[in-house]
Design a protein around this ligand. Sequence first.
Ligand code: PMP
Length: 298
Amino acid sequence: MNEQLIFLNGEFVPKHEAKVSVYDHGYLYGDGVFEGIRVYSGNVFRLKEHLVRLFESAKSILLEIPYTLEELTELVAETIRKNQLSDGYIRLVVSRGTGNLGLDPASCPVATVVIIAEQLALFPAEFYETGIPIITVATRRNRPDVLSPQVKSLNYLNNILVKIEAKLAGVLEALMLNEQGYVAEGSGDNVFLVKGNKLITPPSSAGALEGITRNAIMEIGKKFGYDVREELFTRHDVYVADEVFLTGTAAEVIAVTKVDGRTIGDGKPGAHTNRLLEEFRKLVVEDGEKIYTADQVG
Ligand code: PMP
C-alpha cells in the first residue's frame, strides 16, 4: 500500500515527512482550532457544517485561516482522493503557526493547515452491539465564560482529563458535569436520554458542543415523532432514563448500558437507540451533500 499523504501548508507530503515546527504555537500553547469529519461511501457527511464551525472557532480566537471555505472544501476532497479513502475519518487542524516563544500570536505570520484522512473506529465494532458502561467524572466542563466549549480549539486538556479518569476507572468514556452540576457532555461526544417519548440532550449553554451528529439525531428524532428537547438534566435523570446514548463524528451513535454502576434500562442497547442509529447510518450515505461519490475517489 502506498504511504498515506497528508496535506500540510499547501502541499501533499508522505506521512513520515508531515512535520511541523516545535515553535508552532499549536504545539507550544494549544493555540489553534480543529475539526473531526467523516467520509461514508465517498460522501463527506455535512462538510459545510464542519467548515462553518471551524471558521467560527477561528473567528472567536482571531485566527485567520489562509483559505476560503470553498478552497478548504476542495482540499478535503483532494486529501480523500489522494488517499483513496471512501470510508474514514478526516482531521482538519489549523494552528496559529510558527512564531517565537512568546504568547503573542503576532509572531506567527501564517497559520499551519493540516488535513489528515485515515481509517478510524473509535470504539471496537462489538461495542455497537453491546453498548458501553460509562461513569461521571470529577473533572468539570470548561466554563463557557472562560473558554467556550463552542470553540473547538486545540486546548483539549479538559477533555483529556475526562478520558484519563474514565480509563483509570476501567471504562472507555465518561460524562462531565458543568460548574452547576448539570450534565454537559462526554470527552468527545454529546449525550442523549430517552424518557418515554422525550429525546433530551443538554443545551449548548450547559457546556455541550453543538455537535453535528447531535444535530442530525435531533432532526431524525423530530422526524420520528419524538418530543426532542434541549434541556438541563442531572445525574439522577441519567440514572433513571429509559435509554442513554452518545453521539459524535468519531463515536457515531453508541448505546450506554451503565452509568456510575446504575444499569440503564435492561442493560442492553435499547430499541430507540438502535432505531436512531439505523436511521443515522442511512442518513450518512443518503444525505443531500453528495459532493464526492465513491467512484470519484481514487
Ligand atoms: N463534544 C466534544 C467535546 C467533541 O469533541 C465532539 C467531537 N467533535 C462532540 C461533542 C461531537 O461533535 P460532532 O458530532 O460534531 O463530532
